[in-house]
Write a protein that binds this ligand. Sequence first.
Ligand SMILES: CC(C)(COP(=O)(O)OP(=O)(O)OC[C@H]1O[C@@H](n2cnc3c(N)ncnc32)[C@H](O)[C@@H]1OP(=O)(O)O)[C@@H](O)C(=O)NCCC(=O)NCCS
Length: 240
Amino acid sequence: MYYFVEPMREIDIGEVQKIERCSFSTLWSANTYRRELRNPESSRYIVVRASRTPPLPTLRASDVAAQRSNWFGTLFAGFFSGHEINTEYPIVGYGGLWLTVDDAHITTIAVAPSHRGQGLGELLLNGLIDHAQDLHAALLTLEVRVSNVVAQNLYLKYGFYIAGRRPRYYTDNAEDALIMSTDAIHSHEYRARLSALRHQLFARLRTQAEITGALPGQVQPIEPPATTSSVEVPFKPSGL
Ligand SMILES: CC(C)(COP(=O)(O)OP(=O)(O)OC[C@H]1O[C@@H](n2cnc3c(N)ncnc32)[C@H](O)[C@@H]1OP(=O)(O)O)[C@@H](O)C(=O)NCCC(=O)NCCS
């Protein structure tokens, strides 16, 4: 199976909500998604799509440059050549973040149950890290249920550490949240860690595509771009 990351659009909301319903007990309204998508200066949302064969062009010309700044988007760059958007590739995961004063807060991330355990949570997290860097965030933060060990493992793998705890944070069952945070995402150490993880993930996804995909050898890896430097950004309240 071939997977690729794209910006989320308003027409994707229904498909995203189907995954959300299988993943979370507290749900967002369609209007909440719309509000987020209409505020790209401080909110970024992405989806990962699946294709059984190397995907046909799916991006408008105006999207190509933006997509090429994201090395995951360029996984199938040879197929993105300025055609109109089509939606024939199902969405199998999504994620988003908000920019706050000096950090990017991951608001949501989920993979369809049928596609978990294949590296797509990592793919999404990497896409969000790219957007955080693009927004000049200094670091990443999030809240996660104390019982959600799978998600915590994903975050620990990407250099998040437990920075605190919010007692009874979740309204459905009064469960505590762990606050997790990275160190500075522009630091040499974090970039080196990210680069190593990305190359491992890239190799894994390429192998999976070659095993299950139609045409081995058509996926051309492209190196991650250099990251940007951090600057202070306007405040926006956050919460998962
Ligand atoms: C959390 C979630 C996004 C992970 O997505 P995924 O595609 O299954 O995860 P990946 O295959 O990319 O795995 C990445 C890492 O997560 C951890 N992980 C994944 N599945 C795991 C499992 N069953 N048990 C323990 N750790 C696991 C591992 O650290 C894994 O790295 P590894 O492959 O080197 O061991 C997914 O489980 C999900 O959608 N959960 C429901 C929604 C949710 O809880 N979101 C997080 C809110 S804070």
